[in-house]
Design a protein around this ligand. Structure first.
Ligand SMILES: *Cc1c(COP(=O)(O)O)cnc(C)c1O
Length: 397
């Protein structure tokens, strides 16, 4: 179905931050399959792990124990607030699972009437019917019948609106600790802290959707670790399998108390092939020095982007984001910069709020980040010419 407005470009091979297109050209990938290929393309450790597992066992179903899944779950729990994990196959499924977990928690506590979830305007939680209702974006809901009941959307960052939205039927508050699709908007730690307090006060669960911000993107394994605020439930996907489709719902024992045998399921979820991808991804990310590397190149990138913004004040309004989840809010249509970077053989992707997202693989070297900045500079110079003005540095000679 023509549900995607695709660019006329296809790739046959990848290597680290580089993609080789069928047209013979080489592209610098600062999209990472939309925050998926955190370890770049064809990472040797991932390739070896998948190759090995593919010769042993792909799938057995959840009728049986899956040691690879137990190992992945234990590692995710050891590295986070969580006690238990449910594996699924995508981000939307992970968010659906988190929503079900929150509703069932209240029901298990004897309050089945508490099923409503407070969410935020501009959020993106996926494309299934419930996650669309959670995101509340009219353009995505239009024509698909009545939205799934039970989501109360409040303006981004409006604590009073959150307080007003909490009622006798509220089960949880759900938020992306760093909003991705909605325009790379950071949430103040003080706001997250206030949400935590409200949840504790009213017996609600705090759900973080870390499908995009998780798995090293912000320079820690999870974005919440930088905020000092711990959720009760968290959804993961995108980079979790380094490019292999896999999602997960993480929760504390208490938050998951309603998720007993038979309450939820998945045919494919947690299969050995996917779990070998998760374990291999964790091998790389949890190795000493990995996050220090991400933090170092992220700092370098942000400094260079600040210079870029100063050079093109008529084009770039703001550099936003954390770690390697960076957005440039544009003063011309964001799509023009995405096209211009592609003309410089560099891949970037748009986001809401007229933002261009820059999502290099976390394994990018300093030189590759510098190469990205150089291409971005040329792309902006291209745009400046097209709009009939030159960059500041050019006019300054
Ligand atoms: C991408 C994304 C989703 C949906 O993930 P899919 O794998 O496309 O279903 C959900 N939440 C957030 C925050 C995302 O960025």
């Amino acid at each position: 179905m023509p549900t995607f407005a695709r660019v006329h470009l296809a790739f046959e091979r990848g290597e680290g931050v580089w993609l080789h297109a069928t047209n013979g050209e080489r592209y610098l990938d600062f999209t990472s399959g939309v925050a998926v290929n955190a370890l770049g393309h064809a990472h040797p450790h991932l390739v070896a792990a998948l190759a090995e597992q593919s010769q042993k066992l792909w799938h057995v179903s959840n009728l049986y124990e899956i040691p690879e899944a137990e190992r992945a779950a234990q590692r995710l729990c050891a590295a986070s607030f969580a006690d238990v994990v449910f594996f699924c196959n995508s981000g939307a499924e992970a968010v659906e699972g988190a929503i079900k977990c929150a509703r069932k928690f209240q029901s298990a506590n004897g309050a089945p009437e508490r099923y409503r979830i407070v969410t935020f305007e501009g959020a993106f939680h996926g494309r299934t019917l419930a996650t669309l209702a959670a995101g509340g974006q009219k353009k995505y809901l239009d024509g698909f019948g009545p939205p799934v009941e039970g989501f109360d959307q409040v303006p981004f960052g409006d604590l009073d609106a959150v307080k007003r939205a909490i009622g006798d039927e509220t089960a949880a508050i759900m938020i992306e600790p760093l909003m991705g699709e909605g325009g790379v908007r950071a949430v103040e730690p003080s706001f997250l802290r206030a949400l935590r307090e409200l949840c504790d006060e009213h017996g609600l669960l705090l759900v973080f959707d870390e499908v995009q911000s998780g798995m090293g993107r912000t320079g820690e394994l999870f974005a919440y670790q930088r905020t000092g605020v711990t959720p009760d439930v968290m959804s993961l996907a995108k980079a979790l399998g380094g490019g292999f489709p896999v999602g997960a719902v993480l929760a504390t024992d208490e938050a998951a108390k309603g998720m007993t045998a038979g309450t939820h399921g998945s045919t494919f979820g947690g299969n050995p092939l996917a779990m070998s991808a998760v374990n291999a991804t964790l091998d790389v990310m949890l190795a000493p020095g990995f996050f220090e590397h991400v933090q170092r190149i992220a700092l370098l990138f942000k400094q260079r982007l600040a210079e870029i913004k100063d050079r093109y004040p008529a084009l770039v309004a703001e550099v936003r984001g954390e770690g390697l989840l960076i957005g440039l809010r544009m003063l011309v249509p964001a799509g023009e910069l995405v096209d211009a970077t592609r003309a410089e053989n560099m891949l970037t992707v748009g986001a809401g709020d007229n933002v261009v997202r820059l999502l290099p693989p976390l394994i990018a070297s300093e030189q590759e980040i510098a190469e990205g900045v150089a291409r971005l500079d040329r792309a902006l110079a291209r745009l400046a010419r097209a709009h009939g003005h030159s960059g500041k540095a050019e006019t300054a000679g």
